[in-house]
Structure formats: C-alpha cells, structure tokens
Design a protein around this ligand. Structure first.
Ligand SMILES: [Mn+2]
Length: 317
C-alpha cells in the first residue's frame, strides 16, 4: 500500500504535515508546489487500497479529483480551512474541515493529535498570519518571549518561501524544505541549528531590501503603487512587501505591480487597512481579477491597460 501526502507549499501546509509525520513516522510520496498551486489532488497517482492525506488546500478546488480517488478504492483523509462547498459522504473519506477566520490547518491537525506537536502548530499558524490564535495556542508551552518570536519568524519565513510563479523561483522546493524540517521535533532547534533557516532569513532580507529600493508612486491622495521587475526575487517577495506597505500606511490603498516575463503585470491590491474594503470590486473590473474585500489581485494585466488600471485604482479608493 502506498501513502501519499498532498499539502500546500506554505507554512501552514508544511507544519500540518510535520505534526502528522512526527506522530506517525512513515514513508510517503510528497505532492506539493508553490503556495498558489492548489489543484494538487489531481496529480496523485494512487491505486486501490492506497491512502492519501490532503492538507491546506480547498476541497472545492479538489472535489472532482478526490471523488475519482474514492471511486478507485483509495482512502482520503482531508484537513483544511478554505471554502469547501459540498462534501460527499463516503466510507473512505475522513474530513476535518473548519472555515473559521483564525484557525488554519496546522491547528486542525493539532486538535486531532491532542496538541502532541503544538510548537509546530504555532509555527504554521503564524505563517498564515493568525498572530493572536498562534499566541493563544502557544500559551501552554510557557515559552520565553524570544522563543515565541523565533517561532513567529520561522512561520513567516516558511510562508515567504512558498511565493513564486513556479518552484524554480523559490529558495527551496516545498518538498525539500519539508524534508529539512522532518528530523526536528522542536522547531526552535531547527531555527537555531539548520542552515536552511539562515538561508531563508538572508533571502527574505535581501528580497525586501530590493523591493524597498523600488520607487513608490502616488497617483492620488490615498493611493500608492510600486512596479517591480520580472525577476524571481520580485515574485517571491511581492505579497509580503504589499502587506508591509499597507501596514506602514493604513490610511492608504496600495497596488503592487510585478512585470511578467512574457509582458504585462500580475497585480496585488491592498485596500486601506482602516476600511478593508473595495479591493475585490476594483480587481473584478479586469478580466483576470478576483479576491477578497481587503486583499485582491489581477493575474494578468496587459501593458496597454496600465493607464486604465491606475485610473480605476484612484477612482476605487
Ligand atoms: Mn492555511
């Protein structure tokens, strides 16, 4: 019988899997990708009797592939906190899905394991930006402030490693990063001793420094945007830098435009943090736009539509 572990390549996905492997050490086939690569179950080549665990990717986006596995006689165990839609009842499907605003997959796995590897759940929860939930989960561990801060930094760095257009953009392919973490029962030891941590910390600092050197344009009274080049560092750091800009100027709306290798832009929009509204409505005006009220994006804006986008951005906020 073969075992497959399918997981989002961000911190929440990796730390969810880390907890399961520490509890049930096993050989498995790892199926993962960049953070936004979420249609992963369709890549699983399982046979009748095999077992598949899926972590931190929307059931809605993987329903058809899961049903196909179940019909083939494969058992599926699913942990996630994104929109799920309808979940079929099947004797070989075990589901742990909750869609609370501050509970990620690492905490769902932590529930199932009775808190056995809590420190890793805390790392994954910080990675998903659920700072208060992470601090609450960490309270029983009685950590010193500096150690809690190190768990938070580790979560941010593993999350940062997941951003890129393809795995080639990343410092570490997510499966490789997982294998680096796997021997460590204590994430603090990983952070202090493993060279992968130092490399992520340096990469993060370098990428942020390059982003901060790019010109910030102010096309309106409440509007700032930045254009980044078609380089791997820009694709890695864009989402993190957009959040940093928004936090530094909470009254302002922000747009981060990253040039695509084939021309045009991929865009991240952050509504002013004081209102957290309007980003989705702006982005939906463009063909490949979508997202949430506070944070939305456009997957491909042609170069010729740049002026239209800036005008719509100024009109929207
Ligand atoms: Mn998550």
């Amino acid at each position: 019988m073969a075992v497959f572990d399918v997981f989002n390549g961000d911190a929440d996905g990796i730390c969810a899997l880390q907890q399961l492997h520490l509890s049930e050490p096993r050989e498995s086939v790892l199926v993962t990708g960049v953070k936004r690569d979420i249609a992963l179950v369709q890549r699983v080549d399982a046979a009748p009797g095999d077992a598949v665990t899926v972590l931190d990717i929307s059931f809605d986006k993987n329903r058809a592939a899961c049903v196909a596995l179940l019909e083939r006689g494969v058992s599926v165990r699913y942990f996630d906190h994104h929109f799920a839609g309808e979940i079929p009842a099947h004797p070989n499907l075990e589901v742990h899905i909750e869609t609370l605003p501050d509970k990620g997959t690492s905490l769902l796995v932590d529930d199932d394991l009775g808190g056995a590897h809590r420190a890793w759940a805390v790392v994954g929860t910080y990675g998903d930006n659920f700072d208060e939930a992470a601090a609450r989960a960490a309270a029983p561990l009685g950590l010193a402030d500096a150690d809690l801060a190190l768990l938070r930094e580790l979560g941010i760095l593993i999350n940062y490693n997941g951003y890129g257009a393809t795995v080639a953009d990343l410092h570490f392919p997510p499966a490789e990063l997982f294998r680096s973490l796997a021997p460590y029962a204590d994430p603090l030891v990983f952070a202090r001793e493993d060279p992968a941590f130092a490399r992520l910390r340096e990469g993060y600092r370098d990428d942020m420094a390059r982003a901060e050197a790019a010109e910030i344009v102010q096309p309106g009274p409440r509007h700032r945007y930045v254009i980044l080049p078609a380089e791997p560092w820009a694709r890695r750091v864009g989402g993190v830098y957009a959040n940093a800009l928004a936090q530094a100027q909470p009254e302002l709306a922000h747009a981060l435009l990253t040039r695509l290798p084939a021309g045009g832009f991929v865009i991240s929009v952050r509504a002013p943090l004081v209102t957290r509204d309007g980003a989705d409505a702006l982005c939906r005006q463009f063909e490949t736009g979508g997202g949430r009220k506070a944070a939305a994006g456009i997957n491909h804006l042609p170069e010729s539509a740049l002026d239209d986008f800036i005008a719509a951005f100024v009109a929207a906020f």
